[in-house]
Design a protein around this ligand. Sequence first.
Ligand SMILES: [Zn+2]
Ligand SMILES: [Zn+2]
Length: 212
Amino acid sequence: MRAVVFERYGEPAEVREVADPEPAEHGVVVRVEATGLCRSDWHGWQGHDPDIALPHVPGHELAGTVEAVGARVTGWRAGDRVTVPFVCACGSCPACAAGDQQVCERQTQPGFTHWGSFAQYVALDHADVNLVAVPDGMSFATAASLGCRFATAYRAVVQRGRVAAGEWVAVHGCGGVGLSAVMIAAAAGARVVAVDVSPGALDLARRFGAAR
Ligand SMILES: [Zn+2]
Ligand SMILES: [Zn+2]
């Protein structure tokens, strides 16, 4: 397959031919149809993440179609349209049992603990725990935005902040996570104040529901 590879931290990456991934027994290989670019990819490229082994393929905000399925996967088959959370959980450790899969003790992260989605194919572990079906009516580009930036913002605004209709929400910084927070807070009925130094980011925030 073709993939974006870097050999050294902070040096230019290049597109090259590499071996196709194989699914783990509990995993799948997904044909990547869309992938996002995230600040965390920059941190990985800069060498800030000790999970990364060189050479490396980044990319963790992805959606695509299942291409190959491991022998122990029961819920998915080739051709299914899917996305995944940024943190893929094991499904069986104490953190997972408590419902806190985002801090799974044996988590894997495509683009960090193994090669990611800046490639034609990506391997995803524990498919029955982690894959999320993408409806036919949703584009792959939209689906690729859900597992990292949108899930992060959703947890902050809805699960931790418990924002209710009519409340004011200030979002400081309108990049990927911030704009997601604007959309989620507006959808919850809040009045959103977007704060950023970039006029372009503020334009997007207004389009996505910020009141000012
Ligand atoms: Zn991300
Ligand atoms: Zn776990």
